[in-house]
Write a protein that binds this ligand. Sequence first.
Ligand SMILES: CC(C)(COP(=O)(O)OP(=O)(O)OC[C@H]1O[C@@H](n2cnc3c(N)ncnc32)[C@H](O)[C@@H]1OP(=O)(O)O)[C@@H](O)C(=O)NCCC(=O)NCCS
Length: 398
Amino acid sequence: MDIEILNEARLRYWCRRIDMPEGGVNELAQIAAEVSWNDSLLAIFTDFHQKTALRGEWERDSADLPVHPQVAEVLGERNSLFYLLAYLAAMPYAEREYLRRGIAMDIFHDTMRDISVWVQDAYDIEGVWRFRQFGWIWEHLSCELFRLGRLQFKLTTFDDQVTAYRHNSSGKIRLLAAPDVPLRADGAALGAGKLPPGYESFFPAVPEPVEESWLPVFEALPGGWRGHLISPYGNALKEEKFLPRPEWEQILKQGDTILDMHIPRKDCFNNQACADSLRQAHAFFQTFNPERPIRAGFCHTWFFTPQLQQILPPESNIVRFQREFYLYPFAGGPGFLWLFAFGRQYPNPATAPRDTSLRRGVLDWLAQGKQIFDLPGLMFHTPEEWGTQPYMREWDNQ
Ligand SMILES: CC(C)(COP(=O)(O)OP(=O)(O)OC[C@H]1O[C@@H](n2cnc3c(N)ncnc32)[C@H](O)[C@@H]1OP(=O)(O)O)[C@@H](O)C(=O)NCCC(=O)NCCS
C-alpha cells in the first residue's frame, strides 16, 4: 500500500502544517527513506499504520510503545522516530475527518502542533530527536482531543464513584466521597503523598498517618443520598451527611459525560485566556457532539496539588486555576509535579534548579518532610463565571 507520509515531499508538507522543527523533519525524512528501502521495515510500518490510522487500534495507555525487535535492531536509539512517523501517517486521515465533520482547519493546526512541541521538548532536554508521548497524541490523531484557544479538551466518561449535588435554592455544590477509595484519618486518600521509587533516599521520611484507614459509605435512597462530604480542597469529612431530595439534586455520577481539560505549555495562562477557551469548548462540543451534553468540567494535573496554595502566592496562575475546581481524594504523589516542574533530567533534589519560586517552594517544602500529592478536580460553573473560585471561596466563608 502507498503511505503518503513515506514520500519526502508529503512528509515535509505535513510537518510544515504542524510547525515541526527542521532538525526533527530531517531525521524523520531519513527514517522514511530507510523504511522505504528496507522491505521488512516497510512491512512492519505498513502493519502498524493499518492497525493505528486505519483500524483505530491505538496503544491507549501512557506506557511506552512496544518496539518491534527488528525496528530496535535496525534503528537503535532512533526507533521512536519510526513510530512517530507511523503516527504522523494518520494526519491525512485526521484532516479528512475534520473536513467531514466541518471542523475548522485552524483547530487542526492548533491541535496537531502539540506533537511538534513534544518533539522540540525532548530535543531541548536530551539533545536528540526522539518522541515519548505516544500515549497522548493518539487522541489528537483520532480526533478525540482538540485545542480550542489556550486549553485542550475532550469529552470523556466520568469513571469515578464520587457524586456531585447542587442545592436547589442556594446553588451550592457538594461532592460525596467514593465508597471504593480508602481514606486516611485526615480524609485524604490512603497512600497519597508516597514518594516515587528511588526518591526516598533524597527526602526526609514523611510520617505515615497513625490512625487506621476508613472507607466512606454511600447510599442512594428514595429520599436522598447518604455519604461523606468532601471539602473542595480534596479531603473527605468523617461525619456522615444526608442530602435530602428535592432540596438537593444529583448533578454528576459515574458514567456521565465530562469535559476533560488539559493545559499545553507556554502561552499566557491567565483567567481571561482560560475562560475564553472554555467558552469555545462548550460551543464546539454543543455543535459537534450535541448527543453528549456536558455534566461537568474535569481536570487532573500536577498543579492540582493542594499544597501549592501554601507554596505559591494567591495571584499565581497555577493557584488561581486550581481554585476554580472542586478537588477530591486520590492517591497521588509528588512524582507528577516533579516531572513537570523539574523534569526527568533532574532526578535529585540536591542538584535540582531553584530558579523559580515554584521550584524553590517545592524543594523547601519536601525538605521539611511535608507531603505533596496531586488530585483530580471537577467544575460546574459556566465559562462566564470562571474566575469566581466558587467552591473553595464558599467553603472558606462558611
Ligand atoms: C501551566 C503553566 C503555563 C503555568 O505557568 P505560570 O503561568 O508561569 O504559573 P504561575 O503564575 O503560577 O507561576 C508561579 C511561579 O512558578 C513558576 N513555574 C510555573 N510553572 C513552572 C514549571 N512547570 N516549572 C518550573 N517553574 C514553574 C513560574 O515561573 C513562577 O515563578 P516566579 O515566581 O519565579 O516567576 C506552566 O507551568 C506550563 O507551561 N506548564 C507546562 C504545561 C503543563 O504543565 N501542563 C499540565 C500537564 S498535566
